[in-house]
Design a protein around this ligand. Structure first.
Ligand SMILES: [Zn+2]
Ligand SMILES: [Zn+2]
Length: 365
């Protein structure tokens, strides 16, 4: 069938809306009518040419999608036509050692992609069009493996649910799962984009006593305070490490998070730690980035770790986090700064770069 999709052809150039061919669902594949998609930083990384994956082009980007199932392949057992679903890039196999030990977010077996030897899911004039991390949500419809999807309560608005597929899952999960935050602890969050603001929310939900949000854009103050930060530091005006020390009475924080993918911020996160503190690097750095910090910055028994997609088990975590939303404990409304249509994709990237938005959500008819 033919669908409209935003195609990426060349770094630093605008995406173009074109009509592409979408194949029918194979055995374990699901055809989803896209209702909403968030515009995530990882897509912008690709457009800016700093992605860590070598990507063939043309490609349809977008991976924070939610929609309604239209059709399923003959072996699909987890969803049926009419179901409301959220896509997640942590597609899992369910049989590898990581999946079987409860860590499907680092599944080592990519069964959710269609093999290169098969007909591509997306094509244009008979030529293959790549699918971004097996989702491609900047399109009217998505064709994915069922293990890239979770069914959700149909009363939850899909334009909010979409966000929980990537940025919110990553941020809330970083605080509650990767870091193992305990109630009463202190937190610093470096970077207040969609992921950083979600870490702030996860820390609030987990009962953090002090949540210091840090960003180079002063306009992030209001957003950060709205979702639960107790303090905001504008890092373009103030040394954030010194500010964290002052705000914590010299102790430093129990948990520092890096939510941008910047080596300097990783160092600052480490330098912000208290004794036995944990720095969790959530951002994705360029492959050759080097993180340096002086030995003296390492407080006794501190830890530095990474977090992959909020250490999610998304089939469990996405419905849980959406429960938090429906109960008023997770503020997804505050995360949607702007809405638009597929044609607004390039403007959404510009606004994200300028630090004007937590998230733009694009909706489809
Ligand atoms: Zn993302
Ligand atoms: Zn696996």
């Amino acid at each position: 069938m033919q669908i409209e999709a935003a195609i990426f052809r060349k770094p630093h150039e605008n995406l173009t809306i074109e009509t592409v061919e979408l194949d029918d669902p194979a055995a374990r594949e699901v055809l989803v009518r896209t209702v909403a998609t968030g515009v995530c930083h990882s897509d912008l990384h690709v457009v800016d040419g700093v992605g860590r994956w070598p990507l063939d082009r043309p490609i349809v980007l977008g991976h924070e999608g939610a929609g309604i199932v239209e059709a399923v392949g003959r072996d699909v057992t987890t969803v049926a036509p009419g179901d409301h679903v959220v896509a997640c890039l942590s597609g899992f196999c369910g049989t590898c050692p990581q999946c079987l030990s409860g860590h499907p977010n680092v599944c080592s077996n990519s069964i959710v992609a269609r093999p290169d030897s098969d007909k591509p899911r997306l094509s244009l004039g008979g030529q293959p069009v790549r699918q971004f991390i097996n989702i491609s949500s900047y399109a009217e419809k998505m064709l994915l493996h069922e293990n890239s999807l979770v069914k959700i309560d149909p009363t939850i608005p899909l334009d909010k649910a979409a966000l929980v597929g990537c940025g919110v899952l990553t941020g809330v999960g970083a605080a509650l799962r990767s870091a193992g935050l305990e109630a009463g602890q202190t937190v610093a969050v470096y970077g207040c984009g969609g992921v950083g603001l979600s870490i702030v929310q996860g820390a609030r939900i987990g009962g953090a006593r002090q949540i210091i949000a840090i960003d180079q854009f002063g306009q992030k103050r209001q957003m950060a305070m709205r979702v639960g930060a107790t303090h905001f530091v504008n890092s373009s005006e103030t040394d954030p490490v010194r500010a964290v020390r002052e705000l914590t009475g010299g102790a430093g924080v129990d948990h520092a998070f890096e939510a941008v993918g910047n080596a300097k911020l990783c160092r600052q996160a480490v330098e912000s730690l208290a004794i036995r503190g944990t720095a969790t690097i959530v951002g994705v750095l360029p492959p050759d980035a080097t993180i340096e910090f002086p030995w003296m910055a390492l407080r006794p028994e501190c830890k530095v770790q990474t977090s992959r997609m909020g250490s999610n088990r998304f089939r469990i975590d996405i419905p849980h986090y959406l429960d938090f939303y429906m109960q008023g404990r997770l503020d997804l409304d505050a995360m949607v700064t702007r809405t638009g249509r597929l044609a607004d994709i390039n403007e959404a990237f510009r606004a994200m770069k300028a630090g004007e938005v937590a998230r733009t959500v694009l909706t489809f008819d």
